[in-house]
Ligand binder design. Structure first.
Ligand code: TYD
Length: 378
């Protein structure tokens, strides 16, 4: 059962039984209500054929129109629409049956109308409660459960990072999904709707965005989180060394070919590419930080040291091979030192060039980082 729920499939039988009970209950209530407020002589026995008919119609509509499709994954708004559709189709079908059999006059129309109106609210409420019960039964202890959004290249690392902090990842939404069903036994949400459904039914209490810029959070996910009051956390890392995919030919004369795809190998779309050439050894450049710009630095030729400073500690990364990339997130002070003349530095950037987005003063950088930290804390 757990697996079925996990993969979005379910046996509809329990929902169908609940629907049928709602049909009966709606009719009983409708008859009671009607008899309570009117002096017309009409009994439950007289109404029984309508109840049987409505039960048959309900089963036919469920099967023919597949009205319980993905019932567990539907969010509230979709559920209201689907239940409404189900009730309207059932009503039309019943009216057609009564009309063609010329038996409509035998029954109270008011009660039929009333029964369908009640059926709608009962069905909606019962489906909702039943879904909650199913979800709660199968996913207990999920206070630290989360939906992870990242790219394929970061998924394994993100999972291990989150697990270390005690977070249980219930589902992964990959921005560049290639149809994976799961990663390290964690199911992958095939679409943004699936990812939102995971939140909709309380499977995950939080969303972790790993290695992505906040601008890459899909609008639908951001809106759903707002609506459901689910917190989005950007899992921060300041920099990462990544392996740039490289193809080497058996014949060494062919050299090697390296490539990077925006939003796949790096967590941002590439808006700008620049490179620095014709350099002397011991050239120092940089001395700035970015407020927004994410970058991938690589050195296809030569050797360059990149000194990174987050305001608290300094670290040096040496770029000395075409297959080595340095992913830099905003808020890092950097200095580049050319170790060999002629070394080439290439940069893929997430933003268009904007001098206002640079921080070129170190004290300003420290002040900006502290201010940014305060914003995150609040
Ligand atoms: P700068 O960012 O200061 O280089 P570095 O930090 O590596 O020393 O850029 C040098 C000059 O090039 C500066 O006048 C701005 C200009 N420039 C652009 O016009 N567009 C760009 O995309 C970049 C990166 C720089």
């Amino acid at each position: 059962m757990k697996n079925e729920l996990r993969h979005g499939r379910l046996k509809f039988i329990s929902f169908l039984i609940i629907d049928l009970l709602c049909v009966v209950l709606a009719n009983v209530l409708a008859v009671r209500l009607y008899l309570g407020i009117s002096s017309v002589k009409y009994s439950m026995e007289e109404h029984l054929p309508v109840i049987y008919l409505m039960l048959c119609v309900d089963i036919i509509v469920t099967a023919a129109f597949n009205t319980l499709r993905e019932v567990l994954r539907r969010r509230k708004r979709i559920e209201i629409l689907e239940t409404f559709k189900h009730v309207v189709i059932s009503f039309v079908l019943l009216a057609m049956v009564l009309f063609t059999t010329k038996s409509g006059a035998d029954y109270s129309r008011v009660i039929v109308f009333l029964a369908y109106a009640l059926e709608f609210f009962l069905m909606l409420g019962c489906r909702y409660i039943w879904k909650k019960i199913l979800m709660r039964a199968y996913w207990k202890n999920n206070s630290d459960s989360a939906l992870l959004m990242t790219t394929d290249s970061f998924a394994t690392e993100a999972l291990s990072d989150l697990r270390k902090t005690g977070v249980e990842v219930k589902s992964i939404f990959l921005l560049d999904s290639k149809g994976q069903k799961s990663i390290e036994d964690v199911p992958v949400s095939g679409s943004i709707e699936d990812a939102i459904a995971v939140l909709g039914w309380d499977l995950a209490k939080k969303v972790y965005i790993y290695g992505l810029d906040h601008q890459m959070i899909p609008d639908a996910l951001a809106a759903a989180c707002k609506e459901m009051k689910v917190k989005i956390d950007l899992v921060d890392f300041k920099y990462k060394i990544i392996d740039v995919k490289t193809v080497k030919n058996d014949d060494s004369r062919y050299g090697s070919l390296s490539f990077i795809e925006g939003k796949r190998d790096i967590p941002f779309p590439i808006r700008r590419v620049y490179w620095i050439t014709e350099t002397e050894a011991d050239l120092h450049r940089g001395h700035h930080a970015h407020k927004l710009n994410c970058q991938l630095l690589f050195c296809p030729h030569g050797k360059i040291d990149i000194i990174l400073d987050d305001g608290e500690k300094k670290e040096t990364v040496t770029l000395d091979e075409p297959g080595k990339g340095l992913l830099l997130m905003p808020g890092l002070w950097r200095e580049m030192i050319w170790q060999e003349s002629g070394s080439v530095l290439c940069v893929l950037a997430s933003e268009y060039y904007d001098p206002d987005e640079y921080i070129r003063n170190y004290d300003g950088f420290i002040a900006y980082n502290n201010e940014d930290g305060r914003k995150k804390d609040n």
